[in-house]
Structure formats: C-alpha cells, structure tokens
Design a protein around this ligand. Sequence first.
Ligand code: PEP
Ligand code: MN
Length: 292
Amino acid sequence: MDNKFPGKDVSSDDKLNKFPLTASKKKKVVKISNNINFGSRYFPIISGPNTLENRDLMFKYCEFLEKQNLKLVRAAIYKPLTFPYRSKKYFEIGDEGIRILEDLKKNFDVLFVTEIMESSKLEILSKIIDIFQIGARNMQNFPLLNSVAKSHKPIILKRHFGCSIRDLFGASEYILLNKNSNVILCERGVSAPHTHRSTSRFILDIQSIPAIKEYSCLPIIVDPSHACFWYKWVVDLALASFSAGSHGLILEVHPNPRKAAVDPLQSINFEDFKFLLLQLKKLAPIFKKKIV
Ligand code: PEP
Ligand code: MN
C-alpha cells in the first residue's frame, strides 16, 4: 500500500485502505447489557472516582449510583503516571482492587470499567471487568490493543491528547482487525496552546464528535473531566457533549472531590452530578435519547 496522501486529516484513501473496518458505513451498536448499549438511542453514563481508593468509597459510590438508577462505574485499579515518582498520596490499589470489585458485584447490580495497561493483567481482569479502558497514553500501544481485543470484551479507546482522529482510527482498526467490533471511542481533550486556566492541561475537542461520527462506524463518548481538569467546567462540557451528538459520557465523580487521592480538581461531587443528570433528563426527550 502506498502513502499517496499523507496528512493529519482523514482522506478518502484512508477510508478505503488504512481503516476500512472503522470507516464502514454500517453503524456499530456496542451492547453492554440488555438495557445498555452505546451507539443507539441509549445515552450511557459511566461515572466514579478516578481511582479505586478503598472498599468504603466504592460501597458508598455504588449505593449512590443505585439511587440514580445508573449501573456503569469507573475506577482505576492500575494508574498510568506521567512521571515515574509516586507520592504517597497518589494511590494505586493494584491487585487488591480486584477483590473489592468482586465484593461489590455480590452486593450491587453494577458494571465496571477500568483501565488495563499491560496484557499480563488481561486474564485476571477479564473475570470481573465489563468494559476495558485503553488510556490515552496507550492508544498506540499496538501489542496491548491486539491482546485486549482478543478478550472480546467491549473496549473504550481514548484518543491520545496529541493524536489526530486519523491516528485514533488507526488504533481502532487494530482492534477491529482482531475480530472485536465492540469498540467505543472516547474524546478526552487535546493539547492546545491555550486552555484558559493554568491547571487545565487539555482542551475538549468538541468538533471531534461530529467528525468521528461522519468518518467512522463506531460510537463516540466524551470524558469532560480529563479534558478540562477543572470541576467547575465539567457539567457545562458534559451538556455540550450531549448536544454535540456524543453517544455517552465517562465522568469523574467523588463524594468528597477535594479529598480524592488522584486528580482532586477534576472530580465533581454528588450534588453537581445529580444536577447534571437532571439537566440531561430534561434534554433527553428532545434528542430522543434515554439516559442509562
Ligand atoms: C483515566 O480515565 O483515569 C485516565 C487516566 O484518562 P486518560 O487516559 O484519558 O488520561
Ligand atoms: Mn487522570
């Protein structure tokens, strides 16, 4: 295959030759359970703390989620770190988190999303995890994509903050080529010259939502928390993402955000989350969507 039209944006040659499966005309619906899927009239919301800090936090979280009639929980067991030094506060529970998830499943009707960073954890995580997350930093870790694809579980593939959607489609193509079509793409913000606030590392590329829908068959969800890194902007960005056609959200929510072990500035609290749900439920009938 030649590279007649190299570029950072999507060309017709790309759709035909570089990621034909991702660019398929047949829209993909990724089924999670009987009443939850991505890419249809359902609008799933995945929420939870950045990291699985401890058993109490997760029990409290799942109790809260049940009251909101939601089922999808996020929490990291293994955490990618930008710098190799881990302060005591920046916590990673590791394998012990798997036992906590097992206990949670015995007590609550919840579905788990967590990040996988190395294929050696695939077997043990596959037993308890409902959706794998490939984090932004591993978007182009092709051996990892190949092995996680073979689990045949749904995979949330986050776009790296420095990558084009063309690069993202290259990564999703690896998973599809491994005969796993349960791929959910995720926009989580990109590096940009200005982010309007010193603590905002990234900026939400809202335009990527309609662009991804135009070029690919895969559902696209948004993570406004990592995009802006600032809790005061998360609700507005979540509503903007919904209105811009996102197929779902993944959000950081914590009972006491400022005390969160990781990324305390980006989690919203229970009250803000309930307010967001209320707004989304008002908008949902207009957009013919169902919040799940
Ligand atoms: C996360 O969701 O916990 C995370 C680390 O996100 P990202 O890979 O987008 O930085
Ligand atoms: Mn983070």
